[in-house]
Design a protein around this ligand. Structure first.
Ligand code: AMP
Length: 287
């Protein structure tokens, strides 16, 4: 595979993307924070299948981290990331510095009303403002035909879909399936923080989702009962601390009392000091 071209300024990135368009080629885009793994690889492969050229951004976005979060220690294995991009036949890697992305006088922020008030938005104030703003900026810079996001970050995906619609950002937003390791744990850059024992305990997130699915299959529709059962399962792990376990409408992110329609079951759990998220969705026909 040829090495991807590495671009570090917004202007050069836009010039490259415009050239792709001039050649009548479609462009797929995969935004990431680096520390790439097979889930990122699956997004890239999907983008390669559906487009003539693919760009990946690697940018640990400071504005989506809270003051007590892991921005400084977030892994940045740039050479390994480039190797993964090369192995997946990426055409361009956009890796700007924070200074290149954010003017010192930056004043414009994107907030997507209502969708950030629950789930991760509750426990990470300002997080989705940072996410929406950086994704809007990246889409303006890269101007892709299609942008690829994982369903692991279901709330983020919904916020991006609505933002792209509301701001006429003119690309198709493609949601991609959650990639899991054989033990059921959703692949994540943060899994590398886990000790062997914590990694074993991290299986409780997916196990709770499976328990919920089984109970829903068995006819349970009461959100409080389902959340209680999932909470009990998670709390069996000595190092697990529930941040939230929620059943919400998958379009509005608002809590449900009785499950109906397109339902998102999402949870965030701290295993030791590492905060992990996972989710599943189901469709429930009205009685
Ligand atoms: P990140 O680098 O963590 O910001 O993630 C970049 C993209 O990869 C986002 O759209 C994530 O939703 C997606 N992603 C990360 N982990 C997974 C996973 N296990 N399955 C599917 N998509 C994922």
């Amino acid at each position: 595979m040829p090495e991807p071209i590495v671009i570090d300024t917004p202007q050069a990135m836009t010039e490259w993307a415009v050239e792709v368009g001039r050649r009548d080629m479609t462009l797929g885009f995969v935004p990431t924070m680096g520390a790439l793994h097979e889930a990122h690889g699956s997004l890239i492969d999907r983008a390669k299948q559906e487009n003539d050229a693919v760009a990946v951004s690697i940018f640990v976005n400071p504005t989506q981290f809270g003051p007590s979060e892991d921005f400084a220690k977030y892994p940045r294995p740039f050479e390994a990331d480039l190797a993964l991009c090369e192995a997946h036949d990426v055409d361009a890697v956009f890796a700007p510095s924070p200074e290149a992305m954010y003017d010192r006088d930056m004043r414009t922020w994107v907030e997507v009303g209502g969708l950030a008030d629950n789930l991760c938005g509750l426990s990470r104030p300002g997080h989705f403002r940072g996410v929406a703003t950086v994704v809007a900026k990246l889409l303006s810079i890269v101007r892709p035909d299609r942008a690829y996001f994982g369903r692991k970050d279901a709330q983020q995906l919904r916020i991006v879909e609505v933002m792209v619609r509301d701001l006429n950002l003119g690309c198709e937003v493609v949601g991609c399936p959650i990639v899991r390791d054989p033990d059921g744990v959703a692949v994540s850059s943060r899994n590398r923080y886990l000790s062997v024992e914590e990694r074993r305990q991290a299986r409780c997130l997916n196990q709770a989702l499976q328990l919920c699915e089984r109970q829903v299959d068995g006819g349970e529709r009461n959100a409080i009962k389902l959340i209680e059962a999932m909470t009990n399962l998670v709390q069996e792990q000595p190092d697990a601390e529930v941040d939230y376990i929620a059943l919400v409408n998958a379009e509005t992110m608002q809590d449900l009392e009785i499950l109906e329609g397109h339902v998102l079951c999402a949870l965030a759990v701290k295993i030791g000091t590492t905060r992990l998220i996972d989710n599943t969705t189901f469709e429930i026909a009205p009685e």
